[in-house]
Design a protein around this ligand. Structure first.
Ligand SMILES: Cc1cc2nc3c(=O)[nH]c(=O)nc-3n(C[C@H](O)[C@H](O)[C@H](O)COP(=O)(O)OP(=O)(O)OC[C@H]3O[C@@H](n4cnc5c(N)ncnc54)[C@H](O)[C@@H]3O)c2cc1C
Length: 508
């Protein structure tokens, strides 16, 4: 490891990797330090007992023509194979099974038909949702439209002003208000779909969700969402490789123990010695960033409000399985099923599980040709978990994992047959491996309120010291955290007086 650089990036999750890659593209000397031996954090692929598993995230967007990951894959000749999946997800509850098609029109017709006499009102709701999503996804396609804005992006926003009109009456309102207006708040299959999609995207129920965020996130399925062949770790490794090709360093495993300010910027105490940097990007949660600075998040005016929001969020309980060759013979490709055991209960704690099965051709278990790996997750309410003592926590997590198994055996029995291996994961697992204090994952829940719009610019903690990742705007998901990394990189380059090549995106 070199002893000095322009920018040190702490953590090679997708936020940190994106910041490092963009900084390297802009010509800054960057060193990215990752505690684990592999990159990707919550969106990584790990090897255990001879099999390669997705650690958390399994379904990805941003690979459409001109979108962030597609541009990087092309620009840096990354050896990454993205596979569109149709349907991206199959939603199952006790009384229905519904593919969530990649084609919006097909899905809206399917859903409206399933909703009987409410069908025309459901169609009208999705027409409004499409207008909202169109306005917001432009921001994902073109990160220069995200704050901070320069004159050019302000002018382009002004030209797009009519597209934002549908948003005006929704800002600060919960999604349930929109459902009430359309008189579809308790239409059964729709409601199950909405609660499920809100829980995995904006991290709360449809009743609580901030309407614009939820209606934008709902388009996730219709925007070229899919699977990375061999695992999302392939993309994380390729991004690390691109940083190195541009002269930067990604060093792993290399945990950062402490960060101190000094005259020229910052000094990082790392597993491999001291690193001096003019600037720092932290890809960690507020509490972990504060820990490196020798303080607590609660005592810092920037970190404290973020930390409070994190504490309203979630941990994850996991099952990682190897299924014998020949399992699920009817569907040999990678696919996802989302299961809801009881639509009348909260979509958490094993009542709602997201199951992702690798493709038969991915050789995830080299010693067993055709064997497949399965990653299953559910939300764990952290306030409830942390109110328990150690023994109670262990018993509670075990109950949640058992409920996950019960939900699978009831609604997806094909994923219960031929199980050659099962491992479990919990908030403690995420805390231990990804360094996320207490195991908070998934980002800040987007519950209704104007507070969601208060911090839209990159989060600056100290001079030339920024945060990126899923506590920062635009929020959760692998694509969103990567965008936060891009925005921080560009802001930091400015702050360091490094006026290199222009804005990121060509798709205008
Ligand atoms: C179960 C689950 C399922 C999900 N499903 C999806 C999905 O299907 N699609 C999707 O888009 N998103 C999904 N997400 C959300 C998405 O994975 C995350 O929001 C995103 O990956 C977070 O990225 P990040 O860069 O903010 O942080 P992280 O991924 O947490 O990265 C932080 C990195 O910092 C490293 N680190 C920590 N401490 C130190 C230290 N002291 N020194 C050096 N390095 C350190 C960690 O090891 C880690 O690699 C899911 C998340 C979970 C938990």
């Amino acid at each position: 490891m070199r002893s000095a650089c322009d920018v040190a990036v702490v953590g090679a999750g997708f936020g940190g990797l994106a910041a490092a890659l963009r900084l390297a593209e802009l010509g800054l000397r960057v060193v990215c330090l990752e505690a684990l031996a592999y990159p990707g954090g919550c969106a990584s692929t790990f090897t255990r007992k001879g099999a390669r598993f997705e650690s958390g995230a399994t379904l990805f967007s941003g690979f459409g023509q001109g979108e962030l990951f597609e541009q990087w894959v092309r620009r840096h000749n990354m050896d990454v194979r993205f596979e569109r999946i149709d349907p991206p997800v199959e939603l199952r509850a006790p009384d229905f099974l519904m593919p969530i098609d990649a084609d919006r029109e097909r899905f809206v017709t399917r859903m409206s038909d399933a909703c009987g006499e409410a069908g025309p009102r459901v169609t009208a709701f999705f027409a409004e949702q499409a207008r909202v999503a169109e306005a917001l996804w432009a921001l994902f396609r073109d990160p220069t439209l995200l704050p901070p804005l320069d004159l050019g992006s302000l002018l382009r926003h002004a030209a797009r002003a009519p597209a934002y009109l549908p948003l005006l009456r929704l800002v600060g309102r919960p999604l349930c208000d929109v459902l009430l207006r359309h008189r579809i708040e308790s239409v059964a299959p729709l409601r199950t779909f909405l609660d499920a999609v809100c829980q995995i995207t904006v991290q709360c129920s449809a009743d609580e969700a901030e309407a614009p965020f939820a209606m934008g996130a709902m388009d996730y399925y219709f925007r070229g969402t899919g699977h990375v062949h061999g695992g999302i770790g392939r993309l994380a490794e390729a991004m690390a490789g691109a940083v190195r090709d541009l002269g930067g360093e990604v060093i792993l495993p290399c945990k950062v123990h402490a960060i101190a300010a000094d005259a020229g910027g910052y000094v990082l105490d790392t597993r491999h010695g001291e690193l001096r940097a003019r600037a720092v990007v932290s890809n960690l949660l507020p509490e972990a960033t504060a820990g490196l600075l020798g303080t607590s998040a609660g005592g810092d005016e920037v970190l404290a409000p973020l930390q409070r929001k994190v504490e309203g969020g979630w941990g994850a309980a996991m099952l990682y399985r190897v299924l014998e060759a020949g399992a699920v013979p009817a569907r040999k490709h990678a696919h996802h099923v989302e299961l809801v055991a009881s639509p009348n209960e909260a979509f958490v704690e094993g009542n709602h599980v997201f199951c992702s099965l690798s493709g038969e051709d991915e050789a995830r278990v080299p010693a067993k040709a055709g064997a497949r790996t399965l990653t299953v997750s559910t939300h764990v309410p952290m306030r409830k978990l942390l109110a328990m003592n150690d023994a109670e926590q262990g018993a509670y997590v075990a109950r949640v994992q058992q409920r996950m198994r019960d939900t699978i055996s009831r609604l997806a029995p094909e994923l219960d047959a031929g199980v050659a291996l099962e491992m479990t994961g919990s908030p403690r697992t995420f805390a231990r491996f990804t360094g996320r204090p207490q195991g908070y994952v998934g980002g800040i829940p987007r519950r209704a309120g104007l507070g969601n719009y208060r911090v839209l610019t990159p989060t600056r903690l100290r001079p030339a010291f920024y945060l990126c990742g899923d506590t920062c705007f635009p929020g959760q998901s692998t694509l969103a955290v990567a965008l936060s990394g891009v925005k921080v990189a560009e802001r930091l380059a400015d702050e360091l007086g490094h006026h290199a090549s222009g804005a990121f995106v060509s798709a205008r």
